[in-house]
Design a protein around this ligand. Structure first.
Ligand SMILES: Cc1cc2nc3c(=O)[nH]c(=O)nc-3n(C[C@H](O)[C@H](O)[C@H](O)COP(=O)(O)OP(=O)(O)OC[C@H]3O[C@@H](n4cnc5c(N)ncnc54)[C@H](O)[C@@H]3O)c2cc1C
Length: 613
């Protein structure tokens, strides 16, 4: 870590006290957050290694012959397996698994950085992502010693390909309603599985499947490690898909499939919890993937905009093109700030649990679980950004963006799945608010009530005194205003709708958008503040400050709209007027010139000829 960046570091909050979702009531300070400039050379080398691997094995072959890998073609499927095994030989299949089981044992944040880099591998990101995350972590986190010894070294080396089988034709978002059953034999030695799973990534060639099924009449799922060669197990044809064609996706079938009883993973009936906990990790990884995909895409957009001439000048000279470039850069930069802030918080939580004597795997699992709200937010923001960036970069390319040879339409198609898997964006949005309500009102880990009581007295005392405030104070107040808007609307809606609030999904989704903006604006603001207080010269600092300003500027209007939509959906008459009035006081206008900010940001990137940070 660059020590100079930390010279102003005050005492950090005790890691064990870090509460996921707590950002909505507690204001973090810049010295307590991690920023990407603090990654060590070793961490950055891993990132470069993954990018190089993806360039050599995925991008170069694609750009050479213009042919997308398609798992529906057996010869391409073999190529995907070969690339995966090659990744295994380099240790890339075992990034999250500890060295004791043959893995690299990377800390959580480096694992997230790995996923940002992996986005350069298009569909291969899903293949290797499944191997290193949802396909292997259930064994690492929940397996007994014998199961870990048996499977993890093979997964880490790439000799065994792993997959995760939760979804069924009739149970997707409602995963716990799965119908696959498991019946224990009379002598207790085997389970007989019956049922079907759908959309199973890596399933076309996986050796092991983490399968979720209900034992007899259990209410909740259990998890099993199923090997491909077990009797009664079969795999269907490769799905024909819109995107990520270079990843295998199949249905799998269990027809009295015999699974040794020692392959029950974790305790009976804990599979649903396990499935959800594993998905938290997958979600933040999608956030990091969004950062990687957007950096890749916008660099392509910048290169093309500089080359392509229309009306006797490069299209990069046009404000409309600059605006697209600066919007992608701004959102990418902000998301990156939020992703690595969370990643480090998770690492700190894990460290504190280890110190408290919790074992390695349970610490990792609970470290991520603590930040389930942030993981859900990052999944949504990352998926939305990946889709937005690839769409806008295709637009920058005009007709050429629509042609297959540049790979942009492939990136556009590939990015779309991120809004759907690992819980759809809507499901994640509702989950983030539901989890916050639970932590605030049931378990009382977050003092929502206390924070809500402070909103109104501060509206008039603080918010009108900007003029005299020092640098960054204005942004700090605006971010507080976004948080308070969330609390105000949540409190008023809760008072009115009581238990029914959670069923009013339109309002919950408005709230989830505000919650996400609160987290991302605070993250980008703290990152830039940390850089600006650094003793070291930070190249491009003024541009990075402008990015934070533009992000906050745009965020404010989003939050205003979402708050109004929520309020207008449950309040009427005087209550509606007063709530909307308070929101206008909490979110006063932020005097910025978005066009000027946008042009400076884009011009800077155009000079660098790439995503500049
Ligand atoms: C390419 C690909 C790869 C995949 N890989 C895997 C894998 O490896 N393993 C695995 O187990 N699964 C995998 N999936 C499945 C994926 O996780 C599911 O598709 C996803 O969770 C959504 O489930 P569903 O498709 O059944 O949609 P549904 O649950 O039927 O949802 C349809 C729509 O209804 C909405 N909806 C559903 N419930 C609610 C609600 N309560 N309130 C409001 N809206 C609701 C959803 O947001 C969505 O918009 C994969 C899917 C694809 C397409």
């Amino acid at each position: 870590m660059d020590a100079t960046l930390n010279r102003n570091r005050g005492p950090l909050p005790p890691s064990s006290k870090l509460t996921g979702g707590g950002f909505i009531v507690n204001d973090a300070t810049y010295d307590a957050i991690f920023i990407s400039a603090e990654f060590t050379e070793e961490q950055l080398m891993i990132k470069e290694m993954v990018i190089d691997f993806c360039i050599q094995n995925i991008q170069e072959p694609f750009f050479k012959n213009g042919k997308e890998l398609e798992a529906t073609h057996p010869e391409d499927r073999d190529k995907i397996v070969t690339i995966l095994k090659k990744a295994g030989k380099l240790g890339l299949c075992g990034i999250s698994i500890s060295e004791a089981y043959g893995g690299m044992g990377l800390d959580f944040n480096t694992g997230i950085l790995f996923n940002e880099a992996l986005a350069s591998g298009f569909a291969f990101a899903t293949t290797l992502g499944t191997q290193t995350s949802i396909g292997s972590l259930p064994i690492y986190y929940y397996g007994n010693e014998q199961q870990k010894q048996q499977y993890l070294p093979g997964i880490a080396s790439g000799e065994l390909v792993a997959s995760y089988a939760l979804t069924e034709p009739n149970s997707g978002s409602d995963a716990n309603s799965a119908k696959t059953t498991a019946t224990l034999s009379d002598n207790g030695t085997t389970y007989s599985l019956n049922g079907q799973k759908i959309w199973i990534t890596n399933g076309g060639f996986a050796d092991i499947f983490i399968v979720f099924a209900k034992i007899e009449d259990d209410k909740n799922l259990s998890a099993f490690i199923v090997e491909r060669n077990y009797p009664g197990f079969s795999v269907g044809a490769e799905a024909k898909k819109m995107g990520i064609k270079g990843s295998s996706t199949v249905q799998i079938f269990f027809d009295n499939c015999l699974v040794p009883s020692q392959n029950l993973l974790g305790d009976r009936g804990t599979g649903f919890k396990m499935a959800l906990n594993i998905l938290n990790t997958g979600r933040i990884k999608i956030g990091a993937g969004g950062v990687g995909a957007s950096k890749f895409s916008v660099t392509k957009g910048i290169e093309y905009a500089l080359k392509r001439q229309q009306f006797n000048k490069p299209i990069a000279d046009f404000g409309a093109i600059k605006q697209k470039i600066s919007n992608i850069i701004t959102q990418t930069y902000a998301l990156e700030a939020a992703v690595y802030r969370t990643g480090k918080n998770i690492d700190e939580k894990i460290e504190s649990l280890v110190k408290d004597g919790v074992n390695d795997a349970a610490s990792k699992l609970n470290g991520v679980k603590e930040f389930a709200i942030e993981c859900a937010i990052l999944k949504i923001v990352g998926a939305d950004l990946a889709c937005y960036a690839t769409d806008e970069v295709m637009q920058i390319h005009g007709g050429m963006g629509y042609a297959t040879e540049l790979g942009l339409e492939m990136a556009y198609r590939d990015s779309r799945i991120t809004k759907i898997y690992e819980g759809t964006n809507d499901i994640n949005g509702m989950l983030s608010v539901a989890e916050l309500i639970k932590k605030g009102l049931k378990t009382k880990e977050i003092d929502i009530n206390g924070a809500s009581k402070k909103i109104l007295p501060t509206v008039f005392s603080e918010y009108f005194r900007w003029g005299k405030n020092p640098r960054w104070k204005r942004e700090k107040m605006l971010i507080k205003g976004i948080k308070n808007t969330f609390l105000l609307v949540l409190g008023a809606a809760g008072k009115k709708l009581k238990q029914d609030l959670i069923k009013e999904q339109e309002i919950i989704l408005n709230l989830s958008s505000i919650l996400a903006e609160a987290y991302v604006t605070e993250s980008v603001y703290l990152k830039v503040q940390k850089l600006s207080y650094s003793s070291k010269d930070v190249i491009d600092l003024s541009i990075q400050e402008k990015i934070a300003q533009l992000y906050i500027y745009k965020s404010l209007s989003k939050v205003q709209n979402k708050a109004k939509e929520a309020i207008d959906s449950f309040a009427s008459g005087f209550e509606k007027r007063i709530l909307n009035y308070f929101v206008s006081k909490l979110l006063p206008s932020y005097p910025q010139n978005p066009k000027a900010l946008s042009r400076e940001i884009a011009d800077h990137a155009l000079m660098q000829k790439k995503y500049p940070f």
